[in-house]
Design a protein around this ligand. Structure first.
Ligand SMILES: Nc1nc2c(ncn2[C@@H]2O[C@H](COP(=O)(O)OP(=O)(O)O)[C@@H](O)[C@H]2O)c(=O)[nH]1
Ligand SMILES: [Mg+2]
Length: 242
């Protein structure tokens, strides 16, 4: 593939039931747009058939490329690995579990006219969200902590649909270190330090699962790490100047 305009990065962990549907959906959305595009699947050490199903799809479709490793490292690591391999001017991260309606993805790309990164927000007035009450409470609670600890002004940092100008983020990615779910917080906090413009967009989501306690604790621990590097060590600020 030579000049690529749009790259998708699709993190996947044990998504054998939905990976092909996700790829088909994205392919369908961009196919008619006369864009040159690629879809980079990052199989994050899945234990099921995610890898073989993604490879099977890629063998039929020249736009799809599969990166795979055996050890599960976390969504942040998967997304970062994929981003570093992209060739497009615009990079879109999208979850592979079909919880989010990916049909609107071109609107996110178009909205880059108004900013450097366009993120889906569950709490945008035009969003349509269905999720268990417990998850809703956890999501709000996490956002309160994110705002308090990082100074972010965003109502939601966590949705797995984000479009960005690659040139604005190429220096940022090597400075990120969170491997799991709090990765998005770190990405947006550092984008803010760089003075990048963040645009929030509505999304349609149907989240079925709640979080496991272990994942939540890890997320909180990672969030404290981000706040400590940001507010106490000024670690990101120093690395930006360097
Ligand atoms: N659970 C989990 N998902 C991962 C991991 N690495 C990549 N992912 C992918 O990241 C996306 C979001 O994960 P998910 O558990 O659905 O998060 P949620 O939507 O916030 O509940 C999915 O496409 C996963 O396949 C990982 O280590 N754990
Ligand atoms: Mg999900």
């Amino acid at each position: 593939m030579s000049q690529v305009e749009l790259s998708f990065v699709i993190p996947a962990y044990n998504e054998e039931d939905s990976i092909e549907i996700t790829l088909g959906t994205l392919d369908g959305v961009v196919k008619n747009k006369r864009l040159s595009y690629e879809i980079v699947v990052v199989d994050d050490g899945s234990k099921d058939k995610t890898r073989s199903r993604a490879i099977k799809y890629a063998n039929r479709n020249g736009h799809v490329k599969v990166i795979s490793y055996t050890q599960n490292e976390g969504k942040g690591h998967a997304v970062r690995t994929g981003f570093m391999q992209t060739k497009g001017d615009v990079v879109v991260f999208a979850d592979s579990d079909m919880d989010i309606d990916l049909g609107t993805v071109s609107k996110y790309v178009d909205a880059l006219e108004h900013g450097d990164i366009v993120i889906a927000s569950k709490w945008h007035p035009d969003s349509v969200v269905s999720m268990p009450l417990k998850r809703r409470i956890l999501s709000h609670g996490f956002n309160v902590l994110v705002r308090l600890l990082t100074g972010a002004k965003l109502k939601d940092t966590q949705v797995g649909l984000k479009a960005m100008r690659k040139s604005a983020f190429i220096d940022i990615f090597p400075r990120l270190c969170v491997k799991r779910y709090a990765f998005d917080v770190e990405l947006l906090a550092v984008a803010n330090l760089y003075g990048l413009k963040i645009v929030q967009m509505p999304a349609q989501l149907s989240i079925r699962e709640s979080f496991r306690l272990k994942e939540m604790l890890k997320m909180f621990q990672d969030l404290l790490g981000i706040a400590y590097r940001l507010r106490v060590l000024h670690w990101y600020q120093r690395r930006i100047r360097a």
